[in-house]
Design a protein around this ligand. Structure first.
Ligand code: SF4
Ligand code: SF4
Length: 78
């Protein structure tokens, strides 16, 4: 947990989708960034995706379903 972050209380819910990239499986093809309608990803120098704007994610699952290597997992907020 980052500095200053408060743990969620019993009745609070996480409102942001959680996007995880398995860098061991990712081949840096860029499809996830290309098809994301909300421009959530930046790409690093080698072309790999960086989750730069997770707060903009609408949970459409395009990145996860388009990834040819099953390297993205999107967990929708409750
Ligand atoms: S679509 Fe998958 S393999 Fe391609 S850059 Fe994104 S995470 Fe990596
Ligand atoms: S679920 Fe949709 S909006 Fe969210 S990062 Fe993936 S493609 Fe972008």
């Amino acid at each position: 947990m980052p500095w200053g972050a408060e743990p969620l209380g019993r009745n609070e819910r996480c409102t942001m989708n959680k996007i995880q990239i398995n860098t061991k499986w990712c081949k840096k093809c860029g499809l996830c960034a290309k098809y994301c309608p909300k421009n959530v990803f930046d790409r690093d120098k080698l072309g790999g995706p960086i989750v730069a704007r997770p707060e903009d994610c609408i949970g459409c699952m395009q990145c996860e379903s388009r990834c040819p290597d099953f390297a993205i997992d999107v967990e929708k907020a409750q």
